[in-house]
Design a protein. Sequence first.
Length: 113
Amino acid sequence: QVQLVESGGGLVQAGGSLRLSCTASGIPFNITTMAWYRQAPGKVREMVATSVSLGISNYADSVKGRFTISRDNNKDTLSLQMNDLKPEHTAVYYCAAPAQNYWGQGTQVTVSS
């Protein structure tokens, strides 16, 4: 059974930082492209960052230089370090193996002004 379990969301003031984590099970994590997506109220779900198994990362233009995706293939974990957060970053953040259509339950990130 595939499980992607996110943690680390919460409420933070603008300018603050949060680190999201995702623990995966039931998938060959070390060869799986993983990603973080987010969905803000009233908006479509969008890709935030992706991590290819060989360590190549891609980011949405809106988060470049502010967010960093990383993975630990020994621990089957995916992380997202988010710095200098702004209210527009408020959303539910999802860990995903998008090619396999596996998704976590999401974790709420709320940035107050």
